[in-house]
Design a protein around this ligand. Structure first.
Ligand SMILES: [Fe+2]
Length: 189
């Protein structure tokens, strides 16, 4: 494969556990959500390298794995799903002894991935993940200058099949269970 899988990328203990949590929350391995997270991780790293940013690869990997986990019932705390995912990451990373600055950068990347403005002041990983999620959700319609052939190769290696249905199910569920929090995602201070 031209792209590393999460089994290859998630070498650290924290990333390993994050991957296990995602697989438990989604109830599958290499499912549509995991593949969305993996493409987002690959796109974020590619954007970062094109921009000459030096990112912390493990921060990026863990943030990509956990960025949407708050949508799932077992990971949700009933709050804004991006904040719930960030809180889960803080606890998980603290239990692995990460320093607080690194934990916060990872949590910020998760919590701020739906922000509409640049998040660069919070860290290059934070902005790279936000942009990468938009690239993948827009199916490359928004590309931030990435090579279209590179994106097509990624989509072939890590297929998009099932993502729209998976997101529709989880977002509909979250809208039913906590409608006001879903609106707050776009209304953070
Ligand atoms: Fe996402």
């Amino acid at each position: 494969l031209p792209f590393a899988s999460f089994d290859e990328l998630a070498t650290g203990e924290a990333a390993r556990e994050a991957l296990e949590r995602l697989r438990a929350a989604t109830n599958q391995s290499h499912g549509a959500m995991e593949r969305h997270c993996l493409r987002t991780r690959q796109i974020a790293a590619e954007l970062a390298s094109r921009r000459g940013w030096t990112v912390d690869d493990e921060v990026l990997t863990v943030a990509a794995i956990l960025h949407d986990i708050g949508l799932y019932p077992t990971a949700s705390r009933g709050g804004v799903y991006t904040a719930d995912g960030a809180e889960l990451a803080r606890e998980l990373l603290a239990s692995h002894g990460w320093p607080s600055e690194r934990i916060e950068r990872c949590a910020d990347a998760i919590e701020r991935h739906h922000e509409l403005r640049s998040q660069l002041r919070h860290g290059e990983e934070v902005e790279a993940l936000r942009n990468a999620d938009l690239v993948d959700l827009s199916a490359g319609w928004l590309s931030y200058g990435l090579d279209r052939r590179w994106l097509r190769t990624l989509n072939t290696a890590v297929p998009r099949r099932g993502l729209a249905a998976e997101l529709a199910i989880q977002i509909a569920h979250a809208l039913r269970e906590r409608p006001l929090t879903m609106l707050q995602i776009f209304r953070r201070p």
